[in-house]
Design a binder for this molecule. Structure first.
Ligand SMILES: [Zn+2]
Length: 124
């Protein structure tokens, strides 16, 4: 049934080559990737550049640099991705403890899941 609908849609699509989108998507099966939720995009961009509300709000509020109380080191995004406190969550989501940035490059959805699991997603 899905194939039938795809074929029908394709034939309609082909009839309408003046359609502005046709040169971009000549085949309907070449659907653009589904956009992530806007919030995920914002969080992902902030994590990638290492600038988040959590790690940088102290500058605006003229407070001390936030410190991980467990590891006694600056609470940066890099640290959050390797902090010993969250080993169990990384294991659960299968994020490498050696190179979490590899995961950041290959599977951002797992990073989103991790941030939600450690309850930091909403403060990024
Ligand atoms: Zn830590």
């Amino acid at each position: 049934m899905a194939k039938f609908i795809d074929d029908l849609w394709q034939s309609e699509w082909d009839k309408n080559r003046v359609n502005k989108l046709y040169p971009i998507l000549p085949e309907i099966t070449m659907k653009p990737t589904v956009p992530q939720k806007r919030r995920d995009e914002v969080v992902m961009n902030r994590v990638r550049i290492g600038h988040t509300r959590l790690t940088h709000k102290h500058i605006l509020e003229r407070e001390e640099l936030p410190i991980c109380t467990n590891c006694r080191t600056a609470k940066t995004i890099h640290h959050i991705l390797i902090c010993l406190v969250f080993i169990r969550q990384r294991d659960y989501i299968e994020i490498s403890n050696q190179d979490p940035f590899e995961v950041l490059r290959t599977d951002p959805q797992r990073v989103m899941k991790y941030l939600k699991e450690i309850e930091l997603y909403n403060v990024i």
